[in-house]
Write a protein that binds this ligand. Sequence first.
Ligand SMILES: Nc1ncnc2c1ncn2[C@@H]1O[C@H](COP(=O)(O)OP(=O)(O)OP(=O)(O)O)[C@@H](O)[C@H]1O
Ligand SMILES: [Mg+2]
Length: 549
Amino acid sequence: MSAIRPEEVTALLKKQIESYEGRLELEDQGTVIQVGDGIARVFGLSNCLASEMLEFPGGVMGMALNLEEESVGVVLLGSDWGVKEGDPVKRTGKVLQVPVGKAMLGRVVNPLGQPIDGKGPIVTDTYRPLERKADGVVYRQPVHEPLQTGLKAIDSMIPVGRGQRELIIGDRSTGKSAIILDAIINQKYTHQTDTPVFCIYVMIGQKESNVARTVAKLEETGAMAYSIVVSASASDPAPLQYIAPYAGVAMAEEFMYASQDVLIAYDDLTKQAAAYRTLSLLLRRPPGREAYPGDVFFLHSRLLERAVKLADHKVCPNCKNTNPLNKLHAYEEQAIFNKCASCGTDIKAVAVRRGGSITALPVIETQAGDVSAYIPTNVISITDGQIFLEGDLFYQGIRPAVNVGISVSRVGGNAQTKATKKVAGSLKLDLAQYREMAAFAQFGSDLDAGTLRLLTRGERMVELLKQGQYVPLPMEEQVAQIWAGGKGYYDKLPASHVQVSSAGFVEYLKSNYGQVLETIRKTSNHAEVEDAMKTAADAYFADYAAKFG
Ligand SMILES: Nc1ncnc2c1ncn2[C@@H]1O[C@H](COP(=O)(O)OP(=O)(O)OP(=O)(O)O)[C@@H](O)[C@H]1O
Ligand SMILES: [Mg+2]
């Protein structure tokens, strides 16, 4: 055994002491002073951040909402069963965030991003905060690309563009969710193009059986592959229902900032507002109109402002600053676009990146068609238009039950394809005239030929716009069907034959005039093939009338 040499030991000790760092960790910890109804009051967290995640014993998470002088009001994002007075509460130092990214696709998660579909853990290490300020106007561009829902009544008359916010509003059980489902299913075709649309369906306060049914339908149609379902069901605590839409839009932003397009539906915001009212009252925030807290408008405006069409941009390789490009000018001519606005680096050679988009379809439920209630008016004023669904129409069998008279799309027209725009022009006119005449015609018996013609046409167009669930139609087929209506081909048939003959016409085109639909799809225009369509329609409808007429 060798002897211990003191100089070696001292040297070692000295080295150890030199590299010693004070590893003192300061942990902020508070104490629960009151708990109940999913709300906890915590004492001693004087440095707590607004909407910071707090950890309770047993792994229950909470979110700090009320920062008061003596205590912090926390909503519990889970059951309050295990939490009791005197329990310690730990700060995490992080504001509420959710996992995001491609790994979430095909999954059903709760608003904390935890899987609830029993398909195992989600592997992703990218997170995004729930709350974020929306991009300013400089970083945006006008809506100009179509988002096809596959529903004739919507794509032709209330078109939605990528980056638009279009409200779906109507009474209970009028087919609001059905529109969303069809729109999501219809995005399948985009995944064969360069600009796929990913879908996020946020389900708030719905029955779990309903969530299960929806997910099963999405799986069955293959739509789940490019979708995420975020669910806070009716049995979940109010705080989870309140944060669900923000969790959804945080996941959407991950795609948008990767230059991709997202369709997000919030079904529905009425229930989210009610959940927010519940927790605000429990937090003793002062109630205002209809007992909602004063900031209930902000609840929805800050959410819907995050749906945008981003401008094309160059990212500075040096400082990572985003330099948006102005579409109105030729980029090359503008020296300003060749320099990073933040650090001045030459970015002439940097490739232009396409701006992604988030299209939002919020849903609001009305009571007896009352669109002037508090929450409906708020959301109507924030969105770029609304699809109004009416119970009366629904029960008459006009489904989707869209009231085209008071439904609008304020920006989507710019995004419509040329072909749709052209054929929809006469459709709108036909329907408007029909609505005007139909009311009078109920009383009169002697109608002149002109009025009769309008009524015949209108009746057939209403019939044509009826569409079943889960059968979204591609743009070119919609164009062909509506075009035939505008040219009066259905007028000679009984109204009950419109659905069958219009579907048959598309089939006929497919098998005998293959290039017609192909050309409309590729060029988004039908001027080139209108003659061929006419020849086809003459032959098909003559044949049809002979068989059934
Ligand atoms: N185009 C359609 N054709 C046939 N049936 C439809 C159509 N749209 C909706 N329905 C049916 O109408 C019923 C109500 O539709 P849906 O659940 O979408 O309405 P909702 O407005 O979302 O209802 P809730 O207020 O309960 O959320 C469903 O049974 C659905 O299958
Ligand atoms: Mg619904």
